[in-house]
Design a binder for this molecule. Sequence first.
Ligand code: C2E
Ligand code: CA
Ligand code: CA
Length: 697
Amino acid sequence: MRERKTILIVASSEEDREKIGKILNKDREYEVLEASDGRKAQDILDTRNDIDLIFVDIILPETDGFQFLERVKKNGGTAHIPVVVNALSAMNGQIEKALSLGAEDFILKPYYDKALRNRAGSVINRAFHDRDSFTGLYTALTFYGRTKDMLLKNSDIPYVMMYFNIKGFTVVNDFYGNEKGDIILLEFSAILREGIGVKGTYGRIIADNFVCCIPNVRGNEEVRFFRYVEERMETLRKECHFNLECGIYKIDDTELPVSVMCDRAKFSLMDIEKKRGERYAYYNVEMAERYRNEQRIIADMEQALEERQFYVMLQPIYDARTERPISAEALVRWKHPEMGVIKPSVFVPLFEKNGFIRQLDLYTWEEVCKLLARMQRNGSAVPISVNVSRVDLYNPGIGNAIEALLQKYQIPKNLLRLEITESAYTEKPREFITLVSNLQERGFELLMDDFGSGYSSLNMLKEMPIDTLKIDMQFMEELSSSQRAGNILISIVRMARLLQISTVAEGIETREQLEFLQNVGCDKIQGYYFAKPLMIEEYEKLMAQEALHTDKENVYKKGILLVDDVRMLRCSLRDALGSSYRYFEAGNGREALEILNESVRNISIIITDIFMPEMDGFELIQKLQGNSVFSHIPIIVITASEERENEIKALEYGAVDVITKPYDPVIVSQRVKNVMKMSETEWLQMEMKLMNGSVIS
Ligand code: C2E
Ligand code: CA
Ligand code: CA
């Protein structure tokens, strides 16, 4: 065996290299090699096979520290060499990234001699010896060995493996200094030592991760021990704002290598995020299954994109008033050759973590552009919205990328809309507003997705150039059980109206939900009630039919209900009012009510005669005024000139205006216009009043 161990220091600054070398090698017991960049370091690794430990700066010229680290860990000849990274700051996820790439530990700049000596000493000791000289605890390898011995010797006793993590430790180092971080590590070690003693085994695996294996004869020993550790760390925890977390594996298979037992305990840390309150979680088989699945998904993603296993489905969005499809949302799916169709809720979060979502979204957008181009040629294109991942908040190139696609397929901007989730705002408000403003300035139509699921307030909408709000599905689920959900929904729609932002309600599954939203004044509806996400061909068929069969002109016209028993008179009114309205006709009050029950949303004004068979105009007005669904529709009454008393009676009952026969067509038309305008202004004022008392936050 070689006498002297060899340490490789990779840093661009000569001063740094010297400093680290001096501290590490105080007693000149190691051979120290230096490299100023990743490439030179790689050359050394290629020519010498006796490197025992590497210190590397994250920021390097040529290849950066991450790339270097990745290469070292991917190469079978060098993967075993412990690597310590030197990072500038713990704040931007560098440390997490380095550890996830396989680094053993990290050191933060600037290097304070004592801290560096402590940390570096401990790493060297863990790499070269069986105890971590800094904390005095077992290193991983020793811990595995001792634990194996203990389990073999006491095979009749149940044991439990606990994996501790100090959540927020890197931030502590950054905010309170490495010295404070060291104190926490030392304190934790002391607690393990005193709390476990000779009953079990314990050690430090890496950085701020400790493990222990303790007997569990009474059951729930792990909970008692966790509480004990928590209690003793409480003062430091409060002072430095970190959290203790613990993943637990109740050892049910003593044949397993101890390192695998540790991995299982570590695994369950992932479940803590999802649980509220408890800071510990248990390993279970489904969790491992899920993890394996996730690894599989990540391993397969690139090939899947190349082989076009991802495809787009389209869910039509309907106009609440006309109940016709007017746009759609693109939703991605993955047809995996072995795992079958995978939903985006499974892979999108994983791809957001590793950044692959950008490539996938670009692919999805392009597929949508191809579809839009085809539909445009057929004259059946309506706007489609695509999802923009939160990851794109950091991507200044996204506007250009989408514009390039639109250019390539010759698609006008208003056909491709962009959905950005509200939770992205909650996470990074400033970046969110920057991105949204930038896209808006470029002329994109923007939708805020999942609105109401996060913590943003309605007030923020005032600063945000958003065109449409998509109201989170959760409100629909709660609608039947919670009055509050209904009230919040109502104020969201009202506020949006006032700010001239349109609203889409998502997740509508029942007629009742639909009617509620129609009454509330929500503009558009998306949900299984109308349509599930459709395959592209189905969607194209639907929209082609829609283009043929709807009289698009009529859909957006305001409706007038004409009630008169003389058909001729209804005709002459229609002539007087012209073709800018859509007409509904009834021969008496009863028929009028039937029509209203059918299509109340399409009717903006009612013009009624007084004397009719079955149900006269007075009775109709009274019925309408007494019904909360109809009472907001303005009514104009037509009377003969000699009926002054009837005129007064009609106004008393609630008619907004009276027209006397014979009428002048121009005057009639103007009066109807005025009533329409008045009812809109009145409505707005009413909303304003309501709003002042009911802004949610
Ligand atoms: P989202 O943007 O909120 O999309 C709406 C989800 O609700 C879709 O699920 C849709 O199928 C589902 N949905 C629609 N109507 C109903 C209904 O009436 N009831 C119920 N229970 N669900 C309904 P999907 O397709 O599984 O997508 C899930 C999420 O994945 C999306 O939520 C979106 O955040 C993300 N996603 C989907 N496609 C993409 C994509 O291409 N890029 C990105 N970045 N994210 C995507
Ligand atoms: Ca969406
Ligand atoms: Ca949504």
